[in-house]
Design a protein around this ligand. Structure first.
Ligand SMILES: Cc1cc2nc3c(=O)[nH]c(=O)nc-3n(C[C@H](O)[C@H](O)[C@H](O)COP(=O)(O)OP(=O)(O)OC[C@H]3O[C@@H](n4cnc5c(N)ncnc54)[C@H](O)[C@@H]3O)c2cc1C
Length: 400
């Protein structure tokens, strides 16, 4: 099991000066990832299959329990260390999106759940006996406008009866529990539109086939995402996390960790693209010289490197604030935007540097290109981050 003592903070080789980046932890994750080479991810991608063996290896090594306090069986590490784990997975050519939510979805339970809930669930989530890696917010008719969501949970004695629909809810088929955001008070009966939302911890093993139908959505990359239909699903009232009606606040609480962790995955992607493309640019000879000797090839790579290093500074700044319990909403959002832009820029440069071979599956560039594109849209789209910064940092009028 990974422990707090297992991650000695050392200077990272060749990256951001002054930031301690836990080289031992990086090396350990790299060692684990070495057993899961490009071909492993490529074959799963072709079959749109879930990386069961990889996720089991990560779980057994304790990495997915990094953020769970030691008293509940986890490692009690910070978002900084957790983000390094995910960065290294993506930097190895893998895709942490398959399991990152097992790390952070439990945060809502940890911060707002009752002691009984924490005792009942967190140790089992830490050991991997229970998988809580599905988080249901998005709905087909309301999208980014979360406060408008329509899935309704109506109290009936000792149960809630849930009706509604969700879309793009990932890893439901590989999860035992789902953290579900529902409306418990209709929108026209609340003072503020962010009031009246609640969070339920749904046991998928009991729900599927008894009021919950799961329909897979095939996407451009290997991402086990689904559509959910709730037709009078009965959920016991003790599945409520925190107070009824305060779910929106709990939701916002969890988003900063998610944004920082996904920023780190994007940093990992960007570094993978730049490593691969630089290597190729040195080896590929056209017109009797390596293509990387041409400024038209090397400058875009150099710029992509500069941009990912800058994004990485914001990622560590946000993570440090988070780990010291300081407000970090703005920094977490900015880190996610900068890192997602950096990885997308690096993906474009890598495919261009590889010429035609960038499009061939065997080179893995096109696979990672598809995978990293997601982060311009999910879990929050770039425009919504810019709208947040415009309104909350610059004091501009709310645009929506
Ligand atoms: C593969 C995948 C996995 C996902 N996994 C999950 C999951 O596990 N759980 C979950 O709850 N959700 C998940 N999502 C959903 C994801 O969070 C949403 O797709 C995302 O938040 C955007 O919502 P939307 O798709 O409804 O887009 P919309 O809200 O319809 O937006 C469409 C476009 O319009 C832009 N836009 C909308 N409003 C404004 C505005 N006011 N100003 C400027 N631009 C605007 C957006 O930026 C976007 O580019 C996933 C999505 C994908 C594709």
């Amino acid at each position: 099991m990974l422990t707090r003592h297992g991650s000695t903070a050392n200077r990272y080789d060749g990256a951001v000066p002054g930031v301690e980046l836990h080289q031992d932890l990086r090396n350990a994750v790299r060692d684990l990832c070495r057993a899961f080479p490009d071909s492993y991810w490529r074959e799963l991608d072709a079959a749109r299959a879930y990386p069961e063996t990889f996720v089991k290896a990560l779980t057994d090594a304790g990495y997915l329990a990094a953020l769970i306090p030691e008293e509940f069986g986890g490692s009690g590490l910070g978002v900084t260390e957790a983000s390094i784990i995910l960065e290294e997975i993506n930097r190895s050519g893998g895709n942490a999106g398959a399991c990152h939510a097992q790390m952070y979805t439990m945060g809502t339970l940890l911060r707002h759940g009752s002691l009984e809930q924490k005792r009942a669930f967190l140790p089992k989530i830490a050991s991997g006996e229970l998988r809580l890696q599905a988080f249901g917010v998005t709905e087909p008719t309301t999208g980014s406008d979360t406060t408008q969501l329509k899935t309704m949970a109506t109290r009936a004695g000792d149960r809630y009866v849930v009706r509604g629909q969700k879309v793009f809810i990932s890893r439901v088929e590989h999860s035992d529990l789902l953290l579900l955001v529902v409306r418990t008070t209709p929108l026209d009966e609340v003072k503020k539109r962010s009031d009246g939302l609640s969070i339920l911890l749904v046991d998928l093993r009991q729900a599927i086939g008894h009021g919950l139908t799961v329909r897979p959505i095939r996407t451009m990359m290997n991402h086990a995402t689904t559509e959910l239909f709730f037709d009078d699903l009965e959920v016991p009232v003790d599945a409520l996390v925190g107070d009824e009606g305060k779910g929106f606040r709990y939701l916002l609480d969890g988003l900063n960790a998610e944004r920082i962790l996904i920023a780190a995955e994007c940093v990992g992607d960007a570094r993978w693209f730049i490593d691969r493309a630089s290597r190729y640019a040195k080896e590929r000879v056209v017109f009797n010289r390596p293509i990387g000797q041409n400024q038209g090839v090397q400058f875009p790579l150099a710029r992509a490197h500069v941009n990912v290093e800058a994004a990485d500074l914001m990622r560590f700044h946000a993570a440090t604030l988070f780990d010291s319990n300081a407000p970090c909403g703005t920094e977490a959002n900015m880190a996610k935007l900068l890192a997602a832009d950096a990885s997308w820029e690096a993906a474009n440069v890598a495919i261009q540097t590889h010429g035609g071979f960038g499009f061939a599956e065997d080179y893995d560039i096109e696979r990672k290109f598809r995978e990293t594109r997601l982060y311009q849209v999910a879990p929050i789209s770039t425009n919504l981050i810019l709208a947040y910064v415009a309104e909350h940092v610059l004091g501009l009028p709310r645009s929506y």
